[in-house]
Write a protein that binds this ligand. Structure first.
Ligand SMILES: *Cc1c(COP(=O)(O)O)cnc(C)c1O
Length: 402
């Protein structure tokens, strides 16, 4: 007798949603259809030429001429880990900026690599303070690496990557930059910054399926990796081994590339290139401004100061008297809209409305405000029907005049 589990599965049909949380974001039909193209071998000459295009599209997205630019077969967390396991040796000092959840994960990575984390803390919801980083280097001029999160998705704060990279360079340190939420939504200028190891994620402003992590390494970083005397602690994420598949000259088996996901990433990056980075950044800003106008009418305030506010991740205070969970569940079940909850110290205190990539559209801003207003009214919140949407339309009209 064969074992028969109790649950009888049916074909899975996911519900239609608007994904307005911290990722994944909505995926266009164009990108979804790319997934359904025939699977071919990862060493097939046709696939190999697609890989070359993919690398070149990634160089455009990251604004870098770095030769070693490719997608890691794993989510953003795998990209993060690849940077740390390759660039941090036992005993290395690493200055880590921590102003949210993801900075804390960087500390975890440093410690697991046997490094010494020198932590620079900033208040959640604020940008990393460059002066504190400068002070940390003054105290630890022997630090090998500076690591920070460009766009903290847990709080909605954007840090000044250019200034932080320049500080690290003046002390001869390498930089590890988390651009998971920033890539495609706000400027990520790897070569201008002189950043050394930058990773992102496929499911945020690139609006591809989750599970891939675009990554780029400067020549300085590659030299440091090639000069390692300690073996990288991870076999799967060892850049020296992966060079054999994603490098310039050779195509040898390392692991089976996730072929169809890579078709989708190729398509998502092509969409971005066809729109143009500057237009994509402007679209994220425009929809953010309209959402902001609507939220202001609802008397809902932002967590982050205007100067450091991410247009693609709107973190807002939950007004007093409202039931956090009930509002989110009603938005999902009655309106098909997913928004994000607060994490860590901000849990229960904030909501995170993502307008990332293909989710950053006028219809989503309007639908979100309409639904939010209706749910808030049902919870007895004092606001006037229709005013938030009207304010958003007005903001769009003003942008058109400008
Ligand atoms: C989402 C996110 C990650 C992790 O990406 P996963 O794909 O979930 O592993 C890392 N850093 C930041 C800033 C993120 O927003």
């Amino acid at each position: 007798m064969l074992f028969t589990p109790e649950i009888t599965p049916n074909a899975y049909i996911p519900p239609q949603r608007r994904l307005l949380g911290p990722g994944p974001s909505d995926i266009s039909t164009r990108v979804l259809q790319a997934l359904a193209k025939p699977t071919i071998g990862y060493l097939d000459p046709s696939f190999v030429s697609m890989m070359e295009e993919l690398k070149s599209l990634l160089r455009y997205a990251f604004q870098t001429r770095n030769a070693l630019t490719f997608p890691v077969s794993g989510p953003g967390s795998a990209g993060m880990e690849m940077c740390f396991v390759n660039l941090v040796n036992h005993g290395d000092k690493v200055i880590v900026c921590r102003n949210g959840v993801f900075g804390n994960r960087m500390v975890e990575n440093v410690e697991r690599c046997g490094g010494e984390a020198i932590i620079v803390d900033d208040t959640w919801g604020e940008a990393v303070d460059p002066q504190k980083v400068e002070d940390a280097f003054k105290r630890h001029p022997d630090a090998k690496v500076l690591a920070f999160v460009h766009a903290e998705t847990s709080t909605g704060a954007l840090s000044d990557a250019h200034t932080l990279c320049k500080i690290a360079q003046s002390y001869g340190a390498l930089t590890i930059v988390d651009a998971v939420t920033s890539l495609g939504g706000v400027p990520v200028l790897v070569d201008v910054w002189g950043a050394d190891a930058v990773y992102s994620g496929s499911q945020k402003c690139l609006s591809c399926t989750p599970g891939l992590s675009p990554i780029t390494f400067s020549d300085r970083a590659v030299n440091a990796i090639k000069a390692r005397t300690q073996k990288c602690q991870s076999w799967f994420l060892d850049v020296n081994l992966l060079l054999g598949y994603w490098g310039e000259t050779t195509r040898t088996y390392h692991h089976t590339a996730p072929t169809n996901s890579l078709y989708a990433l190729h398509e998502a990056l092509l969409v971005l290139q066809q729109e143009g980075l500057e237009n994509a950044w402007a679209r994220h800003r425009s929809n953010h401004e309209a959402l902001k106008a609507g939220l202001a009418v609802l008397d809902i305030s932002y967590v982050v100061d205007e100067v450091a506010r991410l247009p693609q991740l709107n973190s807002i205070h939950i007004p007093a008297g409202l039931d956090d969970k009930q509002v989110r569940i009603t938005l999902l079940q009655d309106h098909g809209i997913e928004i994000g909850a607060g994490l860590g110290v901000l849990a229960g205190k904030i909501w995170r409305i993502g307008l990332m990539g293909y989710s950053s559209r006028v219809e989503n801003v309007i639908a979100c405000l309409q639904a939010l207003e209706s749910v808030l009214l049902s919870q007895g919140y004092a606001c006037k029907k229709g005013e938030a949407v009207a304010a958003a339309y007005k903001a769009y009209a003003q942008q058109a005049v400008k």
